[in-house]
Write a protein that binds this ligand. Structure first.
Ligand SMILES: Cc1cc2nc3c(=O)[nH]c(=O)nc-3n(C[C@H](O)[C@H](O)[C@H](O)COP(=O)(O)O)c2cc1C
Length: 206
């Protein structure tokens, strides 16, 4: 309109301002009730910078084993689309997983394989950080590196370090409450989440 300045309605390309809460989706690779990795994931809200919020991804437990014939015949199961929608809606992913036989647990890998076949790729450009807890000396590190390799194929943007690798897990969690009690591990989680928050703001241009 002549004589009036036009309203500026520039859309924010990434929709995340400095003060807006950051929605992190937590994906746990273990289905076990007393899981140390689930317990580690539950620590995140307590140890993260203010403004980072966490919600659990829908379970992948009921996803059928991926078979391209089934996908062609029946499309994507609702368990897969729900998982993918939750990933799309998140500002970032925190994947907390054990290592099974030096690798990614089958259930988690199966979920990734299903989601990787979707158009409007849920993982593409999604910032992600990984943590692991395991009974042994290496603390799930091998699964972390295989997960990094696998999800790079669908263009996840990995946060590098600090890494969170909780070795000898039974000694680091309270046996009754499953609260993480090891100060070194707590400090690692705090440092990683602080760095991850900055990383997300950087990749989202804020
Ligand atoms: C099928 C299977 C394979 C495992 N392989 C490994 C392994 O390769 N490396 C390792 O450190 N721990 C291995 N473990 C031990 C896990 O670290 C341990 O069970 C851990 O508590 C699993 O994580 P969760 O407590 O979150 O379920 C394995 C456990 C299972 C059940």
């Amino acid at each position: 309109m002549a004589g009036t300045s036009p309203a500026v309605t520039m859309e924010k390309p990434w929709g995340l301002g400095m003060t807006e809460p950051m929605k992190i989706l937590t994906i746990c690779g273990s289905l076990r009730k007393g899981s140390y990795n689930a317990a580690l994931a539950r620590m995140a809200p307590k140890l993260a910078p203010a403004g980072m919020t966490f919600s659990d991804a829908p379970s992948f437990a009921q996803m059928p084993i991926y078979n391209h014939d089934d996908q062609e015949a029946s499309g994507f199961p609702p368990t897969v689309t729900a998982w993918a929608d939750a990933i799309r809606a998140a500002d970032g992913l925190l994947i907390v997983t054990p290592e099974y036989n030096w690798s990614i647990p089958g259930g988690l890998k199966n979920a990734i394989d299903w989601a990787s076949r979707l158009k409007n790729q849920p993982f593409a450009g999604k910032p992600a950080a990984v943590q692991s807890a395991a009974g042994g000396l290496l603390g799930g590190a091998r699964a972390q590196y295989q997960l990094r390799q696998s999800l790079t194929s669908v263009d996840v943007l990995w946060f590098g370090r600090p890494e969170v690798i909780v070795s000898f897990a039974p000694q680091k969690f309270d046996a009754a409450t499953l609260e993480l009690k090891d100060q070194g591990a707590i400090d690692m989680v705090k440092a990683q989440l602080a760095g991850f928050e900055k990383f997300i703001r950087m990749v989202k241009g804020k």
